[in-house]
Design a protein around this ligand. Structure first.
Ligand code: PBG
Length: 326
């Protein structure tokens, strides 16, 4: 029994130097992956629901890779907004070796070969339904979707993609992609599995950004996870590691930090979280109204992921945060 006032936790908080000395976690540019959008147009296009985020024209995408390189951001995650005329029910354009994503991957690698390029594997930017898989009779079918996703992963890999990131949540896709990569000789291609990806309202601004939101009828609840479930996330993560994933992701981020912390306790693989578009939009909207301090809220939200056990964070704040942290 300590009697008052022998135990005074405030001693360690008294000065900047004491706080620095006992700080448990740090955040640096190397903790960040920067998601960027590319479109077919000629100009930079602002995304209304994501203040400060733009769609890059393909001709300028190399600038993003150079900026990441200058700021010490290790990797970029790429998302396309394709010409709507190219969308089909089955999303075949995803498997076109000369599609917008593949051209952008090549341009990024050319501009800054040392920056890792990660590409989403999912059909939603390419389908008329806005679904991540192929719809037959109103149902997103699993195995036909996986076949298309494998083809998508292969063209992206051949274009120079370093990290294949399946975000589609079909069953068995990590194994199918891993086997196809091995068969094709791509033994060093990394897979970061969107392993615990929830059916979330926080993806709203992203769907504007890639132009899949208007098309989407219904929701993605038959394949993305129920926000009520935590145990299930651990099963999904274990499966994806078993199927050959090198890295694991939880998504969204901040509303699911409990899942991140549980994953960190239960697995032995690099763990990432995606601070998604809606999380970014919330912080920016509050900041623009003068209701929160943008810089402080940004850095606090990012260090929270490190505290919860993440090796790194996908965040639209990446360049702004890296500028401060460099
Ligand atoms: C596509 C995909 C989505 C996001 C990343 N990949 C949206 C979705 O599943 O509907 C969301 C990213 C964000 O909101 O920032 N499958």
């Amino acid at each position: 029994m300590t009697s008052f006032p022998h135990s005074r936790p405030r001693r360690l908080r008294s000065y900047a130097w004491t706080r620095a000395l006992v700080r448990e976690h740090t955040l640096g540019p190397a903790d960040l992956i920067w998601p960027i959008f590319v479109h077919e147009g000629e100009d930079f296009e602002p995304i209304t629901s994501m203040p400060g985020v733009v769609r890059y024209p393909l001709a300028k995408i190399g600038e993003a890779a150079k900026l990441a390189d200058d700021l010490g951001i290790p990797a970029i995650a790429l998302f396309p907004k394709i010409n709507p005329a190219l969308k089909t029910n089955d999303g075949e354009e995803a498997a076109n070796a000369d599609n917008l994503v593949c051209r952008a991957i090549a341009a990024l690698k050319k501009a800054a070969p040392e920056v890792g390029v990660m590409a989403d594997v999912a059909l939603d930017p390419f389908t008329t339904t806005g679904q991540d898989g192929i719809v037959r009779d109103g149902v997103v079918v699993n195995d036909d979707s996986v076949d298309m996703l494998v083809r998508q992963a292969l063209v992206q890999t051949k274009a120079g993609c370093d990290i294949i990131a399946p975000s589609d949540m079909m069953d068995g896709r990590i194994l199918a992609i891993r086997e196809a990569l091995e068969r094709d000789g791509h033994t060093d291609t990394l897979i970061m599995a969107y392993a615990a990806k929830y059916a979330s309202a926080f993806y709203g601004p992203f769907r504007d950004a890639v132009g899949s939101g208007g098309a989407l009828k219904g929701d993605k609840k038959t394949y993305q996870m129920d926000p009520a479930n935590g145990e299930e996330a651990l099963r999904e993560i274990a499966l994806d590691l078993d199927e050959g994933a090198d890295m694991i992701m939880v998504k969204p981020g901040m509303p699911y930090l409990d899942v991140v912390a549980r994953a960190h306790d239960s697995i032995n693989a690099p763990l990432f979280a995606y601070q998604v578009s809606g999380e970014y939009a919330m912080i920016m909207a509050a900041a623009q109204n003068g209701w929160m301090d943008e810089r402080a809220a940004m850095l606090e939200s990012l260090i929270a992921f490190k505290r919860a056990g993440c090796a790194g964070i996908l965040s639209y704040f990446a360049p702004n945060a890296a500028k401060i942290l460099a």
